[in-house]
Design a protein around this ligand. Structure first.
Ligand SMILES: Cc1cc2nc3c(=O)[nH]c(=O)nc-3n(C[C@H](O)[C@H](O)[C@H](O)COP(=O)(O)O)c2cc1C
Length: 204
C-alpha cells in the first residue's frame, strides 16, 4: 500500500510511528522558571552526536493548559536530565505521562524517589540505570498541524553521565540486565534484551 500524507490511509490507526521503531524513551526531568519539578517520557528522543555528546527530544501537540512543559522548562532554566527508561519502570513511567498542569510534580504523582544531580538542578529518577545531565543548547521549531500546539526539537549538550555500578559488567553497560524500554507504534512497547556484536568492515 501507499498513502500520501494528508490523504486517508484507510487503516484503523495512523501507522507512521510504527515505521520508525524501536524508539528509545528519554524520561526527561526539568525544573520550571517557578521552581516546579517536572518529569515526562519522550520517545521522539535520541543521542545525536558523540564528541561532544548531544541529545534531543521533541515536544508534539499540546495539553489542556497549552504546549507541553518539558521543552519550555529546558528553555527557561537551561537544563534537563535524560533518565533511562527500563522495563521494571514501565508503570511509573507511563504514569508520568499523565496530562497534568505544570505545577504538578510527576515524581510525586508516580511515587518515584529523586536523587540530586551533580552539575544541573533538575533531580534524577533514582531508580533509572543511567542518567545524562544536560545543558540546553538550541530549539528547532517544526510545523505543527494542531491549533495551539507546539512541535519543536530541543537539543542539549550532555555534561555529566551517571551509570549505576550494578549495571556495569566487565566495564560495559549491561543492556541485557537493564532491559531498556522502547516505543513502537500505537500503544505498543518493546524491550531490548538481546545483544549481538558485529565487527566493522575493515577499510582497504
Ligand atoms: C512512552 C511515551 C513516550 C512519549 N513520547 C512523547 C514525545 O516524544 N513527544 C511528546 O510530545 N509527547 C510524548 N509523550 C506524551 C508526554 O509524555 C505527555 O504529553 C506528558 O504529559 C508531557 O509532559 P510535560 O508537559 O510535563 O512535558 C509520550 C508518552 C509516553 C507514555
Amino acid at each position: 500500500m501507499f498513502y500520501k500524507i494528508g490523504d486517508p490511509h484507510g487503516l484503523p490507526h495512523d501507522p507512521f510511528k510504527s515505521c520508525v521503531v524501536p524508539r528509545p524513551i528519554g524520561w526527561i526531568s526539568t525544573i520550571g522558571a517557578d521552581g516546579a519539578v517536572n518529569l515526562a517520557p519522550y520517545s521522539f528522543f535520541n543521542a545525536v552526536a558523540a564528541e561532544p555528546p548531544m541529545v534531543m527530544f521533541s515536544t508534539n501537540g499540546k495539553q489542556a493548559h497549552g504546549p507541553k512543559d518539558s521543552v519550555a522548562n529546558a528553555e527557561a532554566t537551561g537544563e534537563f536530565v535524560c533518565n533511562m527508561a527500563a522495563w521494571d519502570l514501565r508503570d511509573p513511567l507511563n504514569l508520568t505521562s499523565t496530562p497534568v498542569p505544570p505545577e504538578v510534580d510527576e515524581f510525586e504523582l508516580a511515587g518515584l524517589e529523586t536523587e540530586p544531580s551533580e552539575l544541573v538542578k533538575p533531580p534524577r529518577v533514582k531508580a533509572s540505570p543511567t542518567h545524562l545531565e544536560c545543558v540546553y543548547h538550541q530549539t528547532l521549531e517544526l510545523p505543527c498541524d494542531i491549533e495551539g500546539g507546539r512541535n519543536a526539537i530541543c537539543v542539549g549538550r550532555v555534561v555529566g553521565v551517571h551509570i549505576q555500578d550494578e549495571f556495569l559488567t566487565g566495564g560495559k553497560i549491561d543492556i541485557a540486565r537493564i532491559k531498556p524500554l522502547a516505543r513502537l507504534g500505537y500503544r505498543d512497547y518493546t524491550v531490548a534484551e538481546k545483544v549481538l556484536t558485529l565487527s566493522r568492515p575493515k577499510e582497504d
